[in-house]
Write a protein that binds this ligand. Sequence first.
Ligand code: NAD
Length: 313
Amino acid sequence: MSVPKIVTVVGSGTMGPGIAAVFARAGSTVRVYDISEAALEMARTMSGMAEGVLEQLGGAKADGGSISFHTDLAESLAGTNFVVEAIPEKLDLKKTVLADVEKSIGDDVIIATNTSGIPVTDIAVALTHPGRFIGMHWSNPPHVIPMIEVIPGKATDKKFVTELVDMVHGFGYEAVLEKEKPGFVENRVLYAILRECLALVDEGIISQKDLDICVRWGIGYKLAVVGPMRLLDMAGLDIYSSVATYLNADLSNRADVSDFATKLVAEGKLGMKTSGGVFEYGEGDVAAKRGEIVKQFIAVRKALPAPLSPNQI
Ligand code: NAD
């Protein structure tokens, strides 16, 4: 299978609308389902904006793609060729909703979950046909980041793994195949970075603003061009080993959540969605900052080799 004819996106919060826009651009008839009318209303706007960003990125566009919005699950699933689930990160909810999804689709229709890291096998126990169930972890914003982690569970049939990888390549994204591990690879690496950053802020070693400047220029800029494995070759594995000998033991290995983050959450300061978190946002600041971030994502992506080109690493 390359790009499916009909795709159903279950859940249209932060991730669903961008996922829908990617499939629609690749020519799929996309049906977006959500239990909330308000979420679907917002999704109309967000998927339209995502389509605009995809247009600016200028990748291939197939004819015939469309997006429709549904509050009736069975209607959204009728005759579908592919289901991607993007509902909240709650194991029991995913199990209940996906067991319902299964009742309205054919036995060999792939069901993919966008879980951020719940082991795929733990969700698959709710399904009658777990062989067609697989992890498909998009990175946020899904219409901008052209890389998807593909994670088979213990029961996933190999033929569906191949189909999913072909599909991801079909809409022009990189697919990385992984063995199952909580958090998968991207979030394990990200959370290791975030744990250390928050520990440094907790200790008062650096201000939040300077930490972002240090990591963006010192690590982020570099990592956009060379991955960590290539970076080891650039630095020299002898140098890495010498530094790791004294530094690894000093890095944060804290198992609970940082004091700084815990305090902000207790105060209801959750970030851009509450107009304040690590940084404060005045009237209009959130929209302006989001716009600026998307503009920079587009510019950086255009400066990098296209996904699927031979010089990726
Ligand atoms: P979200 O909370 O923004 O949106 C979830 C949507 O699901 C909401 O619109 C909600 O109304 C809907 N929903 C709730 N119960 C439902 C049900 N029973 N049936 C249908 N729809 C229902 O969540 P999100 O950030 O879009 O995340 C979705 C999934 O993607 C999660 O598993 C999350 O871990 C994962 N993910 C999130 C990000 C991110 O940065 N937000 C990145 C990668 C993966």
